[in-house]
Design a protein around this ligand. Structure first.
Ligand SMILES: *Cc1c(COP(=O)(O)O)cnc(C)c1O
Length: 398
C-alpha cells in the first residue's frame, strides 16, 4: 500500500510509537538477572573481574586476534590508543566520521588533519591521504564505516612506504570481515565501540584489538587494570576499565550476535528491495568487506531528483514517528573545535561536505520489526511521488 495521507499534512501518523534508529538489543531478562546475581554473589564490581576477562578471551577467539583489551567506551579507547602508539604531531583521519575520532586526538595533544573520503565508498580516499603526508604526520587513523571497511590493502601499502603508523576506528565494524579475515586484526590496533546503538552493546563500552604484545601490555597498563600480566613503562595512565555489569551485558549480547547480524542483513535486504528505483534516493551498500554486520542503513538524498530536501524528508518521517537522522552532521571539520583548523588547512573536503548535507540514516536494529521496513519504504516512495504537494506543508528553509 502506498501512503497518500501524510501526518505532516495533519493526518494520523503511520506508527503510533517511535521507531528508533540504532541497534538497541536487550537480551533476555532472566539471563541478565542471573548474571547480575553472580556479580552480587562474588561481590566484585570492577577491576578486570571474571566477566571482563571472559569477554576478552571470547572476543580474542571470535576475532582471531591475539589481544583484546576491553575499555569503558571507544572514545577513551581511542585516546589510550594514541598514547600507547606514542604518536606525535599530526594524524590524518577522514573528515566524514563521528566527532570522537577527531577529539581523541585533540585530547591527547595531537593535531587532526582531515582527509576527504571517496564518494562511492564514504571511506578515506587513500590517494588524497598520500598527498597529505608530511614530516609532521605520525599516523593515519582510518575509520571503518557503515559496517564496511576502508581500503585496508592500499592503506597498509602506504604506511609501509612511508614508515608512519596505521590504526583504525572500527566503532561501526564489529563482526565484519575483509577477505575472510575479521576486522580487529589490521594495522597496529583497532578500536571498537560497544555503545548501546552499536552492533554489540555493553550499554557503554568498547575494546582495543591488537596482535602486538608490547602494545597490548602498554594498553593494559594505561587502562590501570590490575593483575593483567607484566607491566611496561608508560607515561600516562587513565581509567579505561570496563565494569562487570558492562561485561555481563556484552557477553549476553555476544551469545546472540549471529541472530542480530542475520536480522540486520534481512533488514538491509528488505530496504534494498523496497527502496529500489526511487528517484533521488541511493542506499549505500557496505563497501570493502566480505561480510558485514549491516549495522547502518544509510541513504544519500538528491534533492533535485527526490523533490524535497534531506531535512524535509526527515520532517516527513518524524511526523510518522520514524526517527531517521542526519549522519554525520555537522561534519567534524565544521564543529566548533575544528572549524578554524579546517579553514587554515584549506583542504578540499568536497565529498565530505556533500555527504554531510545529503546522508540520512534509517531505522535498523532489534526494536525494528522487519515488516515495518516495507511500510517505511512505501512512505518514502510516496513522499517522492507527492513531493510537489508536500512542499506546501514543509518549511522551505530546512
Ligand atoms: C560511536 C563512535 C565512536 C565513539 O564510541 P563510544 O563508545 O560512544 O565512545 C567513535 N567513532 C565512531 C565512528 C563512532 O561511531
Amino acid at each position: 500500500m502506498i501512503a497518500t495521507r501524510f501526518a505532516i499534512a495533519g493526518n494520523v501518523p503511520i506508527f503510533d510509537i517511535d521507531i528508533p534508529v540504532g541497534q538497541l538489543y536487550f537480551p533476555d531478562w532472566t539471563r541478565y538477572e542471573s548474571a547480575v546475581k553472580d556479580i552480587f554473589d562474588r561481590r566484585y564490581y570492577t577491576n578486570q573481574g571474571p566477566l571482563a576477562q571472559e569477554l576478552e578471551s571470547r572476543l580474542q577467539q571470535m576475532l582471531g586476534v591475539k589481544h583484546v583489551i576491553c575499555v569503558v567506551n571507544a572514545t577513551v579507547g581511542l585516546m589510550m590508543a594514541a598514547e600507547a602508539l606514542e604518536l606525535k604531531g599530526k594524524v590524518i583521519l577522514p573528515s566524514f566520521t563521528f566527532l570522537a575520532s577527531a577529539q581523541s586526538l585533540s585530547w591527547t595533544g595531537l593535531q587532526p588533519v582531515f582527509c576527504d573520503v571517496a564518494s562511492n565508498t564514504h571511506h578515506i580516499d587513500v590517494s588524497k591521504a598520500k598527498q597529505m603526508i608530511t614530516k609532521d604526520v605520525s599516523a593515519i587513523m582510518a575509520v571503518n564505516l557503515w559496517g564496511g571497511a576502508a581500503d585496508i590493502t592500499a592503506l597498509e601499502q602506504l604506511v609501509q612506504e612511508t614508515g608512519i603508523k596505521l590504526y583504525f576506528d572500527s566503532a561501526h565494524a564489529f563482526g565484519c570481515e575483509v577477505n575472510g579475515q575479521k576486522v580487529g586484526c589490521f594495522g597496529s590496533l583497532e578500536v571498537m565501540s560497544f555503545h548501546a546503538t552499536k552492533m554489540l552493546s555493553a550499554t557503554e563500552g568498547g575494546c582495543i584489538c591488537t596482535n602486538d604484545d608490547d602494545l597490548a601490555a602498554k594498553l593494559r597498563n594505561i587502562r590501570s587494570s590490575y593483575g593483567a600480566g607484566h607491566t611496561v613503562s608508560v607515561v600516562k595512565t587513565s581509567n579505561g576499565r570496563m565494569s562487570e555489569l558492562q561485561a555481563a551485558i556484552a557477553l549476553l549480547n555476544l551469545d546472540d550476535f549471529e541472530i542480530n547480524r542475520a536480522n540486520n542483513e534481512a533488514t538491509f535486504l528488505a530496504y534494498q528491495k523496497h527502496l529500489a528505483g526511487i528517484p533521488g534516493l541511493k542506499l549505500i551498500s557496505p563497501s570493502g568487506v566480505s561480510r558485514s554486520n549491516y549495522q547502518y542503513i544509510v541513504c544519500e538524498v538528491n534533492t533535485e531528483q527526490f523533490g524535497v530536501t534531506r531535512q524535509q524528508l526527515l520532517s516527513i518521517l518524524k511526523a510518522e514517528n520514524i526517527n531517521a537522522r542526519r549522519y554525520f552532521y555537522p561534519g567534524v571539520h565544521r564543529s566548533v573545535e575544528f572549524n578554524s583548523l579546517y579553514n587554515k588547512q584549506k583542504n578540499a573536503l568536497t565529498i565530505t561536505e556533500l555527504l554531510c548535507e545529503t546522508c540520512i540514516q534509517l531505522p535498523v536494529g532489534a526494536l525494528l520489526d522487519i515488516d515495518k521496513v516495507e511500510v517505511i519504504c512505501n512512505l518514502i516512495r510516496s513522499a517522492q511521488r507527492n513531493s510537489a504537494k508536500l512542499l506546501h506543508y514543509l518549511d522551505s528553509d530546512s
